[in-house]
Design a protein around this ligand. Structure first.
Ligand SMILES: [Ca+2]
Ligand SMILES: [Ca+2]
Ligand SMILES: [Ca+2]
Ligand SMILES: [Ca+2]
Length: 251
């Protein structure tokens, strides 16, 4: 067996370049066969990453436009996507049973996705849209403290808290919205109907016409288990030393 230094170095470079890539996953909810079933929370798992989803909307206090504090709602399956039925809505009404910002009271529905490890959301797909040309979504990466304190907070509190790691909005085109969170990784993500309070770079969205049903989420995991380039090179050097020693022993 001829193993040259060149081969070992090539192996090292291959390992190091592979390890720099994040693992990409799609949480595809379209296969969840539970149409018209409502949940206070729903757990899902893909590629060893677990996630728990809950629904939130600013519906606390009176039935009015002044009900700005958050309380939990219901996740409801319609067809192959998730809608949100908040405390001021009834499940039979469309588009209220979607994840929306429409209705008598301007309540902004969002889903909190709690992951078992830090991830970076990169996109979301929708199985249904109220409006195919003017739909936007808002997304935020938040700390665990903010996630566990949503009840009684306002969306403004969430955006302005120190635990807001990243937030912005994006257009939905062909039932897909890209999420450009860069390198931001978090265990806790909010995804929901467009709310301009989350805008950072985004502008041009329109509210009170957004209703969506979430069918899948794309995310990256940059695992600490993946060897760093330096580690890979040290491993390659160790392997080279081992082979040299064996060749010496043979000769
Ligand atoms: Ca709703
Ligand atoms: Ca509504
Ligand atoms: Ca409200
Ligand atoms: Ca809109």
């Amino acid at each position: 067996m001829l193993v040259s230094l060149k081969h070992i170095l090539a192996l090292g470079i291959l390992v190091s370049s592979t390890s720099a890539l994040a693992s990409t996953y799609t949480a595809d909810f379209s296969g969840v066969n539970s149409s018209n079933t409502s949940y206070s929370s729903f757990s899902y798992s893909v590629g060893g990453v677990n996630m728990t989803m809950t629904a939130w909307s600013d519906t606390e206090n009176n039935l009015s436009n002044n009900d700005t504090e958050l309380e939990s709602g219901r996740l409801v399956r319609y067809g192959s996507g998730w809608g949100v039925v908040n405390q001021d809505e009834s499940s039979g009404n469309s588009p209220d049973h979607s994840m929306d910002n429409m209705g008598n009271w301007v309540d902004f529905d969002m889903i909190l996705v709690s992951f078992s490890e830090a991830v970076t959301l990169t996109g979301a797909n929708f199985s249904w849209l109220y409006n195919t040309s003017q739909t936007e979504i808002s997304v935020a990466a938040i700390s665990g403290a903010v996630a566990s304190g949503l009840g009684g907070s306002t969306w403004s509190d969430v955006v302005n808290s120190a635990g807001n790691m990243w937030s912005d909005s994006s257009h939905v085109s062909n039932y897909y919205a890209g999420i450009n969170a860069g390198q931001t990784a978090s265990q806790y993500w909010l995804v929901g109907a467009y709310n301009s309070i989350f805008n950072t770079t985004f502008s041009g969205g329109s509210t009170q016409n957004d209703g969506i049903k979430l069918s899948s989420i794309d995310f990256n995991v940059t695992s600490s288990d993946i060897p760093e380039p330096q580690t890979a090179l040290i491993m390659a050097a160790g392997l080279f030393a081992l082979i040299l020693r064996r060749r010496k022993q043979i000769s």
